[in-house]
Ligand binder design. Structure first.
Ligand SMILES: NC(=O)c1ccc[n+]([C@@H]2O[C@H](COP(=O)([O-])OP(=O)(O)OC[C@H]3O[C@@H](n4cnc5c(N)ncnc54)[C@H](O)[C@@H]3O)[C@@H](O)[C@H]2O)c1
Ligand SMILES: *[C@@H]1O[C@H](CO)[C@@H](O)[C@H](O)[C@H]1NC(C)=O
Length: 322
């Protein structure tokens, strides 16, 4: 059995590759691809013989054709590559090419080379624009009207994933991820980068900038839960989805204030003091357009896992520093 992950040089892809290698039998191979050759995740080094690292620019149809071939079918394809929210707001054409055109081409290439293949597409809460204060969104009570190009591109692909699945071209699942926090590695181009920066950077002894107000509420999920749920997404029976292949993944509603309190509780006053408040209107505008509260009954019915508390999340993150 063979699994493909695109965008696997990125944070989630690296963690997912390690998680899949740890949980799948020795006969399963995982191909990870990115625009630069993706690294072997450090935590997966003992499985390196089951991992194939491929450099491919997915905006090139030729490179996609070489990666996805009828003579080497995948059991599941995880589509994770992309230009994140601030990046695709800043460079419209790049976002369209990578998030929309390349992904559409991949879906078509899968349709003609390995019809019926399972596809897990990582969508985002950014498919929703702002909801009235206090409103709790689920998949059917609020129309997804994105307020960013990133969210629009995600929603278009979700629509294709549902239609291609209806037609039997693929067996798709679009999982809308909350903001993954606390994310290891470097700060990113996502408008939500600060949500991880304000915890991660102080643990490295570095300053972090908070570009939004402390009363801002966010819909987040810990990396551990995200990876468990991405792995689970493969095993949900197709019948469980009904007419739509989209599902809002479980997460946690948390205010920046609560995050900073949890940072102080686990990391101490010195680390808390490394977070500097510096308002940025452009970031704040994107972040405030996201809604912080979801009801994820649909995901729970499909067997997806609930997230851990903010304290537990930071404890898990901090455990790599001792
Ligand atoms: N991390 C989050 O908080 C979050 C939240 C919601 C949704 N998501 C979605 O989850 C997925 C993974 O997120 P992430 O945080 O790991 O993102 P990331 O930015 O770390 O990784 C994305 C990867 O896509 C690659 N990529 C960009 N252009 C490419 C191209 N032309 N060809 C091949 N690869 C290309 C990048 O090099 C990068 O490694 C994305 O689809 C993202 O939209 C993430
Ligand atoms: C969404 O919530 C409404 C009530 O507000 C309910 O009728 C509906 O079944 C829910 N849908 C899902 C998918 O949970």
């Amino acid at each position: 059995m063979s699994i493909l992950i695109t965008g696997a040089g990125g944070y989630v892809g690296q963690e997912l590759a390690a998680g899949l290698l740890a949980l799948t039998p020795a006969s399963t191979t995982v191909t990870i691809t990115d625009v630069n050759e993706p690294a072997i995740p450090a935590s997966a080094s003992q499985h390196a013989d089951r991992l194939k690292c491929v450099k491919a620019d997915l905006t090139s149809t030729k490179e996609v054709d070489e990666l996805i071939r009828a003579d080497s079918p995948f059991e599941t394809v995880y589509i994770l590559h992309g230009i994140m929210s601030s990046g695709s707001e800043a460079d419209f054409e790049l976002g369209m090419r990578v998030n929309l055109d390349a992904t559409r081409y991949i879906l078509d290439r899968l349709r003609v080379t390995m019809s019926g293949v399972k596809v897990v597409f990582t969508s985002s809460l950014a498919v929703y624009g702002p909801a009235p204060s206090g409103f709790i969104i689920n998949e059917t009570n609020f129309p997804p009207v994105p307020s960013s190009s990133y969210g629009s591109q995600k929603l278009i692909i979700e629509t294709l994933v549902t239609d291609y699945s209806r037609r039997g071209f693929i067996d798709g699942r679009s999982v809308r991820l909350p903001t993954v926090t606390v994310r290891a590695g470097a700060p990113t181009q996502a408008a939500s980068s600060f949500a991880s920066d304000i915890i991660r950077e102080p643990f490295h002894g570095r300053k972090a900038v908070l570009p939004v107000g402390k009363d801002t509420e966010l819909w987040i999920c810990s990396p551990g839960t995200i990876i468990k749920n991405l792995i689970h997404a493969r095993t949900v029976p197709r019948e469980a989805f009904g007419e739509s292949r989209s599902v809002n993944l479980p997460g946690l509603k948390v205010s920046v204030h609560q995050m900073l309190q949890a940072l102080q509780e686990i990391g101490g006053q010195e680390r808390r003091a490394l977070v500097e408040e510096k308002y940025d209107a452009a970031t704040d505008k994107i972040v405030q357009s996201w809604t912080p509260q979801f009801s994820t009954d649909r995901a729970f019915q499909m067997g997806f896992h609930a997230d851990v508390s903010m304290l537990e999340n930071i404890k898990q993150f901090a455990s790599s520093f001792v």
